[in-house]
Design a protein around this ligand. Structure first.
Ligand SMILES: [Zn+2]
Length: 130
């Protein structure tokens, strides 16, 4: 089989349990891309900005990000459990990060801002906006 993430071919033992359900990700990628939940909170003048992300210190190409984006569901479920009526929850990606300056002023009325993403985005450079 061919791994959806690294495009390498891999062999997988089949049993009666998974005879019609083939693995789509190799064992190496399964270990490398284990879902973790990282959280960083920055204080701002009227509240906090919290960044939630799954993978730390991993570089990914667009195809790998696309294959793994369904893992964002785990963060979304945690956000639903924590639900705060006064907060705003946004998915962050490369495009939103690059255009941050143009749309961030619209978030200023919110006291608590939560960004959810696959990878860690550095907000230190944007501290003058908060
Ligand atoms: Zn792989």
């Amino acid at each position: 089989m061919k791994c959806r993430i690294c495009d390498n071919f891999f062999y997988s033992e089949t049993s009666f349990e998974d005879i019609f359900r083939f693995p789509s990700i190799c064992e190496k990628c399964s270990l490398k891309y284990t879902i973790n939940h990282y959280e960083e909170t920055l204080p701002i003048s009227n509240g906090t900005v919290t960044s939630h992300y799954i993978y730390n210190d991993i570089r990914m190409n667009a195809k790998q990000k696309d294959e793994l984006k369904s893992n964002l569901e785990s963060i979304w479920i945690k956000m639903i459990e924590k639900h705060d009526n006064k907060a705003i929850y946004l998915f962050m990606d490369d495009y939103l990060y690059e255009t941050f300056e143009s749309w961030f002023p619209f978030l200023k009325p919110f006291n608590n801002i939560h960004f959810m993403s696959l990878l860690r985005y550095d907000f230190d450079g944007f501290m003058n906006f908060f």
